[in-house]
Design a protein around this ligand. Structure first.
Ligand code: ASP
Ligand code: MG
Length: 420
């Protein structure tokens, strides 16, 4: 008998019919002889609607009150799903995050889980009752409810799976798993059979909308196998697990992520003396901008000067730009430019560690497609390039083909979003 934690995203529980379908699925898994713990997200776009409502009553909702509001979304789903499961003749109990023993720190809106005491859940499992838990929430030391950040139900599920030593954590969504690229851009993208945690973290960190980052970190830390799959079919989805548990023949390249949310800020003609970069990035950190890529090189046309470029999210662009403009006298640069018309392509695969030539092939594919590379950054298992946003889709397709990712195993799937 296995202990399975199942998590259903918002798109899988969008209305009463969908909830009943999920209930039937839960009951089937239970009747197949498994112990079952189920985590649910808010129905459909409920969280967005609640945020919108808050915005209609005030411009500045207090974070504590916002969390009380947002946790309501998941509570609606957990109660309704539990009713639907009971209706099918299987005993189920619904629990809030607090009742499930999820303790968090005090950061309203983006709380971290600091501990789990899933006593009641464990008791239910022992008695054969299905426990159904509201995702995305916990309780802090003040006994206030908190939320884990958008998409946080994934993290609830993985954390519970870890705490209860579940055999697998199944993440149900509206797509058949993770794909080698976004099928809306690359129609020949295929389902990836398995990834390791590192690859998943890189993909999620590079703009692929797959899983809550913290959920993957939890899974890695506690070696929880994840199975991302569709709630609309019985098809096998994508497994995320330790490298040694994967098939022998994992491909060198797992997939391509793309990101249109970054902008590039360049400070040109900065005197090439110690301390300038420290000042720039110190200030940028103060205004709260999260830097991604950084490139610094000697300005060939300008001896003794250097150019510093970095990428950051669009939202932080204007404040960071203003901060750098304010430092013109202090930094003594010649000019600063800001460009939102960029896109980032990231090629990810654990096999890069042991296979040379991946970057040459990537750059070759872009060259053959006539695409200019503006910036490059790498990790052990990732190569990212920044290109003109107009060329991003073309770049993703060219690279996908160059690495033979189009092909076999293609399933007819409709990519309907992230399932959150
Ligand atoms: N309902 C929350 C959100 O939409 C949490 C989740 O879906 O995981 O972000
Ligand atoms: Mg949601």
């Amino acid at each position: 008998m296995s202990l399975i934690v199942q998590k259903y995203g918002g798109s899988s529980v969008s209305d009463a019919e969908a909830l009943k379908r999920v209930a039937a699925r839960v009951v089937a898994a239970k009747k197949a002889g498994n112990d079952l713990v189920v985590v649910v997200s808010a129905m459909g776009d409920t969280t967005d609607e609640l945020l919108d409502l808050a915005g209609q009553v005030t411009e500045k909702p207090p974070a504590r009150e916002m969390d009380i509001l947002l946790t309501a979304g998941e509570r609606v789903s957990m109660a309704l799903l539990s009713m639907a499961v009971n209706d099918l003749g299987v005993t189920a109990h619904a629990y809030t995050g607090q009742q499930a023993g999820l303790r968090t720190d005090n950061q309203y809106g983006k709380a971290s889980i600091v501990g789990i005491v899933p006593e009641r859940i464990a008791r239910d499992v022992k008695e054969g009752t299905v426990a159904i838990i509201a995702g995305f929430q916990g309780v802090n030391e003040l006994n206030d409810v908190t939320t884990l950040g958008r998409g946080g139900s994934d993290t609830t599920a993985v954390a519970l799976a870890a705490a209860m030593h579940a055999d697998v954590c199944e993440i149900y969504t509206d797509v058949d798993g993770l794909f080698s690229a976004d099928p809306r851009i690359v129609p020949t993208a295929r389902r990836v059979r398995s990834l390791d945690y590192e690859e998943t973290l890189e993909l999620a960190g590079q703009g692929a909308k797959i899983l809550h980052l913290r959920a993957v970190e939890f899974a890695r830390k506690y070696s929880v196998p994840l199975h991302v799959r569709s709630s609309y079919s019985e098809l096998e989805g994508t497994w995320i697990m330790n490298p040694d548990e994967r098939d022998m023949e994992s491909p060198i390249i797992t997939g391509i992520a793309h990101d249109r949310s970054q902008a590039k800020l360049s400070i040109l003609g900065v005197p090439d003396v110690p301390g300038k970069a420290a000042k720039v990035f110190g200030r940028v950190a103060e205004v709260g901008a999260n830097i991604d890529m950084i490139v610094q090189n000697i300005a060939a046309s300008d001896p003794g000067k250097t150019d510093i470029s970095f990428t950051l999210p669009h939202d932080s662009g204007p404040v960071a730009l203003a901060a750098i403009e304010d430092m013109k006298d202090e930094l003594q640069y010649r000019e600063v430019t800001y460009n939102e018309q960029i896109g980032k392509l990231s090629l990810i695969g654990a096999g890069m560690r042991s296979h040379p030539g991946v970057s040459a092939k990537l750059f070759g594919a872009l060259a053959a497609a006539g695409i200019n590379i503006e910036m490059i950054s790498t990790s052990e298992i990732r190569i990212s390039v920044v290109v003109n946003i107009e060329e991003l889709d073309k770049a993703v397709r060219a690279v996908h083909t160059a690495f033979d990712l189009d092909a076999e195993d293609t399933q007819a799937v409709v990519y309907g979003g992230t399932g959150r």
